[in-house]
Design a protein around this ligand. Structure first.
Ligand code: AMP
Length: 564
């Protein structure tokens, strides 16, 4: 038995049983460092650790063991950058607590009905995993009470800062009691993180751990981000950038599979479709042609591709990100086999970053972002591929010899340079022509940011279903509170003074210690933002849904899986 086994860490039998069922046999390096220390109630910790290192269990297991379930108070708070991660963390913790009766875990996040979350909180919850914006909002409404907090975990701290949550983090950290244990996990340690650790942590112990499975598999994971409407065009460019590609393109539905394959064939690619509408004979035929290399790109649904076993695929392309990370992992495992390197490419749209993070977490590896190649890059690649092909071509002396004297004679007038120029153009013109006015398909940074925030659908949902603000009202965060002696009257005064008008409908105002929230008629959103920009030292921003999942998952209750 390993000296570092879970058995020796002092975990209770009911937690050991849950771990066994999850299939964890030996603890990961970060678990070896963190679990015993947290179980014994040690000091603050900074973990330089990427996703996939097993950090959720590293803090989750001790939290489950040390939570006093007979005490009805929030004892642990885990902050994470996105809704998906918050839900995942809550679900993971719930699975460790499968045999620990009475422990209640809740995920809270923006973009979902706040009233339901408030109700759950009031019902008594021990551990909360949430996104910073929503957590702060719940604190300001005095539904989330952190006065008994014992553990604060900042997960993916660098991502939270990247997403613009600095103010929310400051406000939350300053609302927690002095006496508690703080853990911060981050894949990188930029200056802003160090300043947080200096300001809010006490002599933290630093630990750094590598990837769990780094290098174990030979698949390189990449993603291209485009607007949803540009998906097909991006696929084409990826194919054009890899003239020797031999890959599977996964689509979600039969209809999409057919459509993409048809378009590819029409556009001159060596492609075909594999889906459930085909007869067994047709499927065998297509698979055979793919296996023998007569088809370069096989567009398939997950189900149809099941029976296909090919070892030397260069690429697996995800035309869509699947909803379940496991499916992504299964798909991408079809390349990088038999000791050969492979590339798995996900084409995602601007609102899927959170979904991608979830895959990264399951996969234990980071994706590399690639920019969609432009015309120049593709043409260059194709040109050299053509030249390579020419250099490597096998010349059949006997067959071609008899024609050559005539050909030489006909081309006599041409210089060597002219000959090459024309020869290259024969095949190459197709690409040059196609990519002459090719657009840049990479969304701008601004578009990416906007996509992360509101879409018309989210606006409607937010207002219609009580995202947070009253119907027809928008909720704003302001970086002032009781510390600055902020009162509701003062808020109303500022709104009137800064905008210079008296007719703006003002809704709910929640004053917190160092921050507050107020609501204003949605028609005046932009006007408020503009007016407050002029006020020095005062920061006002929309309390927006902080993430952008398409499938908000619900409350995670003990004993019930989120997907049940
Ligand atoms: P995390 O870094 O917390 O996102 O975990 C990455 C993945 O590793 C998750 O799917 C966990 O379920 C899994 N995992 C965590 N700890 C262990 C362990 N000791 N043995 C095997 N798998 C683990």
């Amino acid at each position: 038995m390993l000296m570092s086994g879970f058995e020796l860490m002092g975990l209770r039998p009911e937690i050991m049983r849950a771990i066994e069922e999850l299939g964890y046999k030996t603890p990961t390096p970060i678990q070896i460092e963190v679990v015993p220390e947290l179980l014994q109630g040690g000091g603050d910790m900074i973990g330089l650790a990427q996703t996939g290192t097993g950090k959720t269990a590293a803090f989750g297991l001790p939290l489950v063991q040390n939570t006093d379930t007979s005490f009805r108070a929030v004892q642990g708070l885990i902050l994470s950058p996105t809704r998906e991660l918050a839900v995942q963390i809550a679900t993971d913790i719930e699975s460790y607590a499968r045999y620990t009766p009475g422990l209640k875990v809740l995920a809270v996040y923006g973009g979902a009905n706040i009233v339901a979350q408030m109700k759950q909180l009031k019902g008594g919850v021990h551990l909360v995993a949430g996104t910073p914006g929503r957590v702060l909002d719940l604190i300001s409404r005095r539904v989330l009470n952190l006065s008994e907090l014992r553990w604060l975990v900042l997960d993916e701290a660098d991502e939270m800062l990247n997403m613009g949550f600095k103010e929310e983090l400051d406000a939350i950290l300053s609302s927690t009691p002095e006496e508690k244990q703080t853990l911060l996990f981050s894949a990188t340690m930029p200056r802003e993180i160090l300043s947080i650790t200096r300001q809010y942590m006490r002599e933290p112990r630093e630990i750094a751990v590598g990837q769990r499975n780094a290098g174990a598999d030979k698949v390189n994971h990449q993603y291209y981000m485009v607007h949803a409407k540009d998906r097909y065009e991006a696929l084409k460019r990826i194919a054009d950038l890899h003239p020797k590609i031999y890959g599977l393109v996964f689509c979600r539905t039969r209809a999409e599979t057919k459509e993409v394959a048809d378009k590819l064939m029409k556009d001159g690619y060596n492609a075909d479709a594999l889906h459930g509408d085909l007869s067994q004979a047709q499927r065998d035929y297509v698979m055979n042609r793919f296996r023998t290399g007569n088809i370069q790109l096989l567009v398939a649904t997950d189900v149809a591709a099941r029976g296909l076993d090919v070892d030397d695929l260069t690429h697996v392309i995800h035309y869509n990100l699947p909803d379940e990370p496991e499916i992504y992992i299964h798909r991408s495992g079809r390349t990088g086999r038999a000791g050969k390197p492979g590339t798995s490419i996900a084409i995602i749209h601007t609102r899927e970053s959170a979904k991608l993070q979830l895959v990264e977490k399951k996969l234990g590896k980071k994706f590399e972002r690639k920019l969609v190649p432009g015309g120049r890059e593709i043409c260059e690649k194709q040109l050299f591929n053509l030249i390579d092909k020419m250099e490597q071509v096998e010349v059949d002396e006997h067959q071609v010899e008899s024609y050559l004297p005539q050909v030489y004679k006909k081309l006599e007038w041409m210089s060597r340079e002219e000959l090459i120029r024309r020869f290259v153009s024969v095949e190459f013109n197709r690409f040059l022509e196609y990519y002459r006015d090719a657009e840049d398909l990479n969304p701008s940074e601004r578009q990416r940011q906007e996509a992360r925030e509101f879409t018309p659908r989210e606006r409607t949902r937010r207002k219609g279903e009580g995202y947070g603000a009253e119907q027809g009202f928008s909720r704003f965060f302001i970086n002032m509170g009781r510390t600055q002696r902020l009162t509701p009257q003062w808020v109303i005064g500022m709104i009137n003074d800064f905008t210079g008008r008296r007719d703006i409908p003002i809704g709910r105002i929640d004053i917190g210690q160092k921050f507050s929230f107020f609501e204003v008629g949605s028609a005046f959103e932009q006007e408020i933002l503009k007016a407050f920009r002029k006020a020095e030292g005062v920061r006002v921003k929309l309390a927006i849904p902080e993430d952008n999942a398409e499938n908000p998952k619900g409350y995670v209750k003990k004993g019930r899986r989120k997907d049940a």
